[in-house]
Design a protein around this ligand. Sequence first.
Ligand code: GTP
Ligand code: MG
Length: 308
Amino acid sequence: MTLNRDIGTHIPNLLPESPRAVPPGQGDHVLSILRMQERAEGDAKEVGVRPERQTVSVVIPTLNEEKNIAWVLERMPPFVDEVVLVDGHSHDRTVEVARAIRPDIVVLTQHCRGKGDAARVAFSAATGDLIVMIDADGSMDPHEIHRFVTPLMNGYDFVKGSRFLAGGGSTDLTPLRRTGNQMLVRLTNSFFLVHFTDLCYGFCSFRRDCLPALALTAHGFEIETELVVHALKANLRIAEVPSNELPRRCGVSNLRTFRDGQRVLRTLIRERVVRRPRPVVDPIDHRVLHQWQAPAAEPATPMLSEAP
Ligand SMILES: Nc1nc2c(ncn2[C@@H]2O[C@H](COP(=O)(O)OP(=O)(O)OP(=O)(O)O)[C@@H](O)[C@H]2O)c(=O)[nH]1
Ligand SMILES: [Mg+2]
């Protein structure tokens, strides 16, 4: 993998000089900046363009997306250094198509099931300084990736996409999901005293050095909520940027509105009540267990009585 492209030449700088310079009341029009809590060290650190080059990894969880993955990979911007695809044991040719389009793609198989599990595998394997997560179904446009990278280069730690900021939108949300999402956004805002405009949306990015602080444990679609809430609890500097969600290009959704809505709700309540991090307990898929190397047989240790 080559990490030698110059990000600065490709990414337009969306922000004014620094996030602090956004005029009051105008943040919604360009970039809604949510400074959730001042970190003690945040004040000391001057927010500004980091001079050193930041490499970018894009992670993509895939489950039976052979008809969509080509569109996503072909639209990947040139400043992306690494693409990590984590496949959920697809029955179709998702992996083959991805490799044909982008031979340098890093392909991993997830340990268990669910988007959350796949995302955690991808995050720990990604090597870029900045990590962007995007769906494989064509509902998120890779041409928007610069919106998620630029704030990270300008002092933010975590960036979440919003379909409800000026400049964003969705042609995919059904009225039921829109209402459910709105209720969950309101609950999040009242639980954690913030002003998010969106919650159940998986287009997001963060600095790789924040991964330990995010302490992710989710297995399913509640990963998106866990990412945001753990970023809040870790006092990360968070930005919300507008994003346009499109309908999935082909195939069927893996999301089940009521089941996954309940998982998000349970996550929110648990995070509100419990302060300590949850332990990670992964039920490892038997196919993965077969792929992993079994321990080599120990050389027999001579018994004391057999020693010369
Ligand atoms: N590796 C892996 N990827 C998954 C799994 N479930 C979903 N995905 C991927 O996660 C992304 C989002 O899943 P979708 O099924 O599109 O769900 P959604 O976007 O929340 O719902 P829609 O708006 O209806 O499309 C897609 O890229 C899926 O291929 C899984 O269990 N494992
Ligand atoms: Mg989708």
